[in-house]
Design a protein around this ligand. Structure first.
Ligand code: SF4
Length: 231
């Protein structure tokens, strides 16, 4: 699949928070195989046939931003859903930008092809890998996510593991088991993110678990760096 087959649902021209330490534009790829109730981009979940943002327009925008932007963040939706993401990311790199990927790791084989072009990965670990169906609504995808994290680590690319917390979906036991798993794999930093209220009607609001200092200390003790991000 060529880069211009990539269906991009939207673009943010400038962000300072989506790729640590870099000035970046963000591409929001259309489509995601998962259905997390707290999803902030429900309008991106279904892949459309049409291209809301044409690849040619993205290339033209990036050409004009050379020297002003450091990087491009490829986000979603789930970017790995589309085979065209590999050529698209290679094309962005060829323009001289660093590239970051935000992913849940739904397609480990595709991720392996993409990793040589990436400078940073924000990896969303949804919950303990044997409990993914409780968050994503789809059975069997925790194993794929686990393999994807292993691919990221094997590639030697810089990365961050982060987990969005809603305690009605992710239990304390899930978080403790995930913490053990991550630490056992050699993950040194982990960020918990407060779940903001979804834009989709009737879905979940945030969490109170992140106020439990002693519990957070139990998690933090497994890592060199541990962050809680409030919504
Ligand atoms: S993986 Fe991300 S984009 Fe997909 S449903 Fe979950 S939160 Fe939304």
């Amino acid at each position: 699949m060529a880069a211009d087959d990539l269906v991009v649902g939207g673009m943010a021209p400038l962000t300072t928070i989506d790729y640590p330490g870099r000035l970046a534009a963000v591409l929001f790829c259309q489509g995601c195989p998962w259905r997390c109730p707290y999803c902030h981009n429900p309008h991106l979940l279904k892949r459309q046939a049409e291209h809301p943002v044409a690849w040619g327009d993205i290339r033209a925008f990036l050409r004009k931003r050379r020297g002003f932007l450091d990087a491009v963040v490829v986000s979603g939706g789930e970017p790995l859903l589309q085979a065209a993401v590999v050529d698209a990311v290679a094309g962005i790199k060829a323009m001289g930008f660093s590239v970051a990927l935000h992913t849940g790791g739904s397609h480990p084989a595709r991720l392996r092809h993409l990793l040589p072009h990436l400078d940073w990965v924000g990896f969303d670990a949804k919950t303990a890998f044997d409990a993914y169906a409780g968050v994503t609504g789809i059975a069997g995808n925790g194993e794929k996510a686990s393999r994807s994290l292993a691919e990221v680590q094997a590639a030697g690319v810089a990365y961050e593991v982060r987990t969005t917390v809603d305690e009605r979906l992710v239990s304390r036991d899930d978080l403790l088991r995930l913490a053990d798993d991550l630490a056992g794999r050699g993950v040194r930093t982990w960020a918990l993110q407060e779940c903001r209220e979804s834009k989709a009607p009737g879905r979940f609001p945030g969490t109170v678990l992140l106020d439990d200092g002693p519990f957070l200390e139990r998690l933090a003790g497994r890592f060199d760096g541990f962050t809680v991000r409030r919504a």
